[in-house]
Design a protein. Structure first.
Length: 255
């Protein structure tokens, strides 16, 4: 079927791939395809189509295996490292120190949830649907990030006023506040959406390992509770900043 005869507003075409043989799409077809996030691929030799489909299928298979491996590394790290740190932290900080950390961290989590408003799941799904369209991917990325950043900063201001200033544990809450700031700049949903688990998993692994080493070096007794909280929250914040290095540079381009 000629590309100019396709009914582009059919819902089933959205995010589809159309392979054309020995044809060239006109401007109207290209614009219509862009609106529906349709990927048009044209070839002059039939064998090129077969090779491209085979290559895409093999690439998807490799991608699934690789992403599974990196996700497995992340899950194992998340389980094993706390098993190493918790006995040591419990011993050196004592019941009061562990309790203070648990209380301030739990209350901080509420403000993190308030700031993000469950945006992670929505963002991941939205990014996945537009990842093949560079213009829409860029637009969607900045729209979601703006909502997330503004929401988290509003939550952070409320957090500081209620718990950071007017609480006897204010110093600990202010240190925990780096977790909220980390949520404000968290773009892990972007990498999950484009199915790039490598960067997110490697970043998480190194953040947790560095945090582990710093805890053993600087946290020696109950007076080091503030250092323990700072190490956990600040390494998380730095880790989120590092993730921005791996974002496709075209995402920052206006063209």
């Amino acid at each position: 079927m000629p590309l100019d005869k396709i009914t582009w507003d059919v819902p089933a075409l959205k995010n589809a791939i159309i392979v054309g043989f020995n044809v060239r799409p006109d401007k109207s077809a290209i614009d219509s395809a862009a609106r529906q996030n349709v990927d048009i691929r044209t070839h002059r030799i039939i064998y090129e189509i077969i090779e491209e489909m085979e290559e895409k299928e093999n690439s998807m298979a490799r991608s699934v295996k690789t992403n599974y491996l990196y996700n497995l590394i992340y899950q194992i790290t998340a389980i094993l490292l706390p098993l190493i740190t918790m006995p040591y932290v419990s011993r050196v900080l004592g019941p009061q120190g562990v309790g203070t950390n648990s209380l301030t961290n739990a209350n901080t989590q509420y403000f993190m949830l308030l700031g993000t408003l469950g945006i992670t799941m929505y963002a991941t799904k939205k990014i996945a649907t537009v990842r093949e369209n560079r213009r829409k991917l860029r637009q969607t990325f900045w729209e979601i990030f703006s909502i997330q950043f503004i929401g988290c900063m509003i939550s952070y201001v409320i957090f500081v006023v209620i718990l950071g200033i007017n609480s006897s544990l204010g110093i600990y809450y202010m240190l925990q506040g780096f977790f909220i700031l980390s949520s404000a700049i968290d773009i892990s949903w972007y990498f999950v959406g484009i199915e790039d688990f490598k960067n997110a998993s490697i970043r998480s692994f190194f953040v947790k390992v560095i945090s582990l080493l710093l805890i053993f070096v600087f946290v020696k007794d109950s007076n080091d509770l503030w250092q323990y909280i700072l190490i956990n929250s600040l390494t998380m914040f730095v880790g989120q900043c590092v993730m921005w290095i791996y974002v496709d540079k075209r995402t920052f381009s206006a063209s």
